[in-house]
Write a protein that binds this ligand. Structure first.
Ligand code: BES
Ligand code: MN
Ligand code: ZN
Length: 521
């Protein structure tokens, strides 16, 4: 990694880095709480023997008595004597067989969140055995994800502050450079996820479309990404009638946020186009939603936030290919000039849409957004949106829905998402769904009825992806946690940021997977 913030001799820097790599023997680890994963069913072996000694046999007795069983997220904290660390936390990591990067990431987050509740200022995560870059990155991500707090607007009692010092500790290694780079990658990805969570948590009276665009400008400025914000006139000049239609019911003007990553020397092909749904509040419009739970609809811009924050990470990670991020943003409100059921709108692509339900607004603004990404030269498309309640019915909170074509492009995105910890599950795009979108008077209607409503929404969007390889991620169920989990507080999850950010690094797989289109758009 260029401009590495770390000293080459791996002494910790004095800077306030959110996480750093440290190579040290166990007794030399300088921290308040040394966090050590314990697997289910394992006895005192390897590092655990040394730790048992330093705890005066507490660890061995806890394993023998069943107090420490290694069940995922169960933690035992005990003092150590004679080491620079003051205490160890034995953190249940589940079975060795289940211990992949996602488990590691989650267990590290859970341990760091617990340490934070106890207001421990300095924590260290021990990688047991020979450390790989993938493991080190996942641990760093997990630890940094625990820095997020959603308490911006609380003036009284707050959770513990983020720790002052966070280390990923590895045994002596010849790969120090690669592991430092892995920590740096994990840091950038997790900070970008946290930034997206912050944006999603913002109430809609604060985060209007124009403020969303200003935040994107600030993020871009700090990361050094060129950004352009289209105002209502520019949007009108481009003919984005679907976005303008949705924005009509609101006093707040719409915006289109366009960010570009154009690294010098990047190949002309491929160009990744990321499009995110940026509805800063979804009342449903004239087809208004019930009051119960409507406050949740402030996060209907989670897809847009994911794109903006992924662009930040893509720039900071120096992705090797060109990437274009497009975020159409507006409120969906039932004002006096609002779109009404039966209204016909003309999209920027020229296709006309009969709006049957004004609450199916996400697909409308995405349609114009995808068209614009194609205009700007994208060759491969991914859109991300809190699009349908039906996707939540189908998959719950356990996974995002993934749709697209060709299969090979879907497979690339899905593999990347799995590795990033953004689980998604494929749903189909059968031809039959297009029949549900036939209009009497226009090219398409915007809703296909109750059957397969997540798939008809995706089918609608597909009509605007041209012939390009395209993937649609429906994150309606995954963008927001209704319940706290050991590894995740209630609220915005930052879903899809890490997937989108790592996608440009997989482009070597694309050409085998996806053939170059005959004609550019
Ligand atoms: N933003 C909602 C989808 C949503 C629902 C996100 C629940 C998160 C949680 C979207 O704009 C919407 O209203 N979709 C409608 C579509 C319907 C009118 C065809 C839905 O899913 O009910
Ligand atoms: Mn809606
Ligand atoms: Zn919506």
């Amino acid at each position: 990694m260029r401009n590495s913030p770390y000293n080459s001799d791996m002494k910790p820097t004095a800077s306030s880095r959110a996480v750093r790599l440290w190579t040290a023997a166990l007794p030399e680890i300088d921290t308040d709480l040394l966090m050590v994963p314990l697997f289910e069913g394992e006895g005192l072996q390897g590092e655990l023997q040394d730790i048992d000694g330093a705890t005066g046999g507490v660890l061995g007795r806890a394993i023998a008595s069943g107090e420490a069983r290694g069940k995922a997220y169960e933690t035992l904290v005990t003092p150590v004597a004679g080491w620079r660390a003051s205490r160890v936390a034995i953190v249940g990591a589940g079975t060795r067989a289940d211990f992949g990067t996602e488990r590691l990431r989650r267990v590290a987050t859970a341990a760091a969140l617990q340490a934070r509740q106890r207001r421990v200022p300095r924590v260290a995560w021990l990688i047991r055995g020979q450390a790989t870059a993938v493991e080190v990155q996942a641990a760093a991500e997990g630890l940094v994800l625990a820095r997020f707090s959603g308490d911006t607007y609380k003036s009284g009692e707050r959770g513990g502050p983020p720790p002052e010092d966070v280390q990923v500790v590895v045994p002596a290694t010849p790969d120090a450079g690669a592991l430092e780079a892995a920590v740096e990658r994990g840091l950038i990805l997790a900070e970008s996820s946290n930034l997206a969570r912050e944006l999603c948590n913002e109430p809609s009276n604060v985060l209007t479309p124009s403020v969303f665009a200003e935040r994107a400008q600030r993020i871009s400025g700090e990361a050094g990404i060129p950004i352009e914000v289209l105002d209502e006139r520019a949007i009108g000049a481009l003919g984005m009638g679907l976005l303008l239609g949705v924005s009509r019911g609101s006093a707040e003007p719409p915006r289109v946020i366009v960010m570009r990553h154009d690294p010098p020397g990047a190949p002309a092909f491929p160009v990744l186009g990321l499009v995110g749904k940026g509805i800063t509040f979804d009342t449903g419009g004239i087809s208004i939603k019930p009051a119960d739970g409507m406050e949740r609809m402030k996060d209907d811009m989670a897809g847009g936030a994911a794109v903006i924050c992924a662009m930040r990470a893509i720039r900071l990670l120096n992705a090797p290919i060109r990437v274009i991020g497009v975020v159409p943003t507006t409120e969906n409100m039932p004002g006096g000039r609002a779109l009404k059921p039966g209204d016909v709108l003309t999209s920027a692509s020229g296709k006309t849409v009969e709006v049957i339900n004004t609450d199916a607004e996400g697909r409308l603004i995405l349609a114009d957004g995808l068209w614009y990404a194609r205009q700007l030269g994208a060759t491969h498309l991914v859109d991300v949106a809190t699009l349908t309640g039906a996707c939540v019915v189908a998959l719950g909170k356990a996974a995002s829905g993934i749709f697209g074509r060709p299969e090979s492009w879907v497979a690339v995105v899905r593999r990347t998402a799995d590795a990033a910890g953004d689980r998604c599950w494929p749903l189909p795009l059968y031809d039959e769904y297009a029949d549900q979108l036939r209009s009497e008077i226009a090219d398409l209607v915007n809703v296909g009825g109750r059957p397969a409503a997540a798939a008809t929404a995706a089918t609608f969007i597909k009509e605007f992806a041209g012939d390009l390889p395209w993937v649609h991620l429906d994150i309606a169920g995954t963008a927001w946690a209704d319940e706290a989990k050991p590894w995740q507080p209630k609220g915005a999850s930052g879903v899809a940021v890490r997937t989108l950010a790592q996608l440009p690094f997989t482009s070597a797989e694309w050409s085998q997977a996806v053939s170059k289109p005959e004609e550019p758009v």
